[in-house]
Design a protein around this ligand. Structure first.
Ligand SMILES: [Zn+2]
Length: 166
C-alpha cells in the first residue's frame, strides 16, 4: 500500500542538521515509531510530499531547506514578558526560570506555544518563541515500516491510534 491521504503511516527516521553528516537532532526508532494519519495537518508540506507514494519497507533520504522547514528565526518572535506572569501563588519559582529552559505557554487565542528563556532580568523575562529548528536546513533519512487503512474511529478522530488505542 502506498503512502497517501488518510492512510496510517508508521516511519522511523534520523533527523540531522544540514546533511547526512550533520548533527543528530532527533532519532525515531522502531521501538517508538512515528505513526500518523497522513494528510491530517501538523506536518511540513515538503516533508509530506517527500513521503507521498512510498510503500512498506521503502527507505527515504531527503533534505528540506530552511525555507521548506521552519524558516528563519525572527526578532519579532523574541518578546519581553513581565516576570510577574510567571508567579504562582504570588511567588516566582526561580528554579524553573533559567536561561535555556523551555516554558510551555499559550498565545492570546489559547493555542499552546513553547518559548525558551533567552535572558533574565529583574523585572523582565526575554522569551524566544522561534521554532527550535528555525534557521536550519533539515536532513531526514529513514524507513517506512507500515502503511495501512485507518479504522473508522481513527478517521473520525483525525489521528492514528496505537495498538492500545490512544
Ligand atoms: Zn482518537
Amino acid at each position: 500500500m502506498n503512502v497517501g491521504e488518510n492512510k496510517v503511516v508508521s516511519i522511523t527516521y534520523l533527523l540531522r542538521e544540514n546533511d547526512a553528516n550533520g548533527e543528530l537532532i532527533q532519532e525515531v526508532n522502531e521501538e517508538r515509531p512515528f505513526v500518523y494519519l497522513f494528510g491530517q495537518g501538523g506536518l511540513l508540506p515538503a516533508f509530506k510530499s517527500n513521503l507521498e507514494g512510498l510503500e512498506d519497507g521503502d527507505i527515504f533520504d531527503f533534505k528540506l531547506s530552511k525555507e521548506d522547514a521552519y524558516g528563519a528565526p525572527s526578532d519579532e518572535n523574541i518578546i519581553d514578558l513581565p516576570k510577574k506572569i510567571f508567579e504562582v501563588d504570588g511567588k516566582v519559582d526561580e528554579s524553573l526560570l533559567k536561561v535555556g529552559e523551555t516554558v510551555p505557554m499559550e498565545d492570546q487565542e489559547g493555542m499552546p506555544l513553547v518559548g525558551i528563556i533567552a535572558e533574565l532580568g529583574d523585572e523582565v523575562v526575554k522569551m524566544d518563541f522561534n521554532h527550535p529548528l528555525a534557521g536550519m536546513d533539515l536532513h531526514f533519512c529513514g524507513k517506512v515500516l507500515e502503511v495501512r487503512e485507518p479504522s473508522p474511529e481513527e478517521l473520525e478522530h483525525g489521528h492514528a491510534h496505537g495498538p492500545e488505542g490512544h
